[in-house]
Write a protein that binds this ligand. Structure first.
Ligand code: ZN
Ligand code: ZN
Length: 268
């Protein structure tokens, strides 16, 4: 994925956050009972059981605005973005299909477009567009699942890898956090969420003692963690904590750890 190394990342996300969604931008479908049984329903990420439904008109409007924000920060990408927007489907049925498929984990929409488009820029545009809808979807659907009983290393909403974690201030219970859906859920304190190895360790950095970086020598995954007992703050916003602590990512990556699957880069 293309980065914003040359432009302030925080500023980029603040611009994206100004894009507003309509009141009923995200709905979801009910599962077909004959396809999914009760047990699967409780163990599969919600996105696979109750797929999000976003109207094409809303999806493409947001996508266009995301394109504008990216161009403002990275004018050098303007031509590629214009080419991509011009290649998007025009037929109403195809547009609805595209807007639905954009939320299917693991799908590669680029292959449907029958044009040679720059994959990194396409991924960047699509990922940030989908990202704006996912927290709303999570809000709509979260009552269908008890996140305290989920206890899996992947997000109960989208099934993705957690991007951040929290140790709560009462008992130091551990919660994992998905940066895409902006939800958190309970997880075992010491187990690596990525490979379930029970020997994960952590390091801290001088001057940033409220953060820990847990790492695993079995799968080489790492996860940044904020220790609420050391913050003294109420209502920690994990989305911004994740972005504000990029230097911890750099440290972990330089040590040979990673926070995305190696074989399949971030789908969103
Ligand atoms: Zn998620
Ligand atoms: Zn691991």
């Amino acid at each position: 994925m293309k980065s914003f190394a040359g432009a302030p990342l925080l500023d980029f996300y603040m611009e994206l956050n100004k894009i507003s969604l309509s009141e009923d931008a995200v709905r979801f479908s009910k599962p077909a009972r004959e396809v999914i049984n009760a047990e699967q329903e409780q163990t599969m990420p919600l996105i696979k059981v109750y797929p999000p439904k976003v109207a094409a008109v809303d999806f493409f409007e947001v996508l266009h605005q995301v394109s504008g924000v990216i161009q403002k920060k990275r004018p050098d990408m303007s031509n590629e973005l214009a080419k991509i927007e011009a290649a998007l489907p025009a037929d109403p049925t195809e547009r609805e299909l595209f807007a639905t498929q954009a939320f299917v984990p693991g799908i590669n929409l680029l292959t449907n477009l029958k044009q040679d488009l720059p994959p990194d820029t396409f991924g960047l545009l699509l990922n940030h567009t989908v990202k704006l809808f996912m927290p709303r979807y999570a809000q709509e659907i979260k009552n269908l699942r008890n996140f305290d009983q989920w206890l899996q290393g992947k997000c109960p909403v989208c099934g993705g890898r957690p991007s951040f974690a929290l140790l709560d201030k009462e008992e130091g219970k551990r919660y994992l956090y998905c940066g895409l859906c902006e939800v958190k859920w309970r997880f075992n304190r010491l187990i690596c969420p990525f490979c379930l190895n029970n020997e994960s360790q952590f390091f801290t950095v001088k001057g940033m003692e409220k953060y820990r970086v847990y790492f695993c020598d079995q799968c080489h995954g790492y996860i940044k963690t904020i220790d609420e007992r050391r913050t003294g703050e109420a209502d920690i916003d994990l989305f911004w904590e994740d972005i504000k602590t990029m230097q911890l990512d750099i440290l972990a990556i330089n040590e040979g750890y990673y926070n995305q699957p190696v074989e399949q880069p971030a789908t969103y």
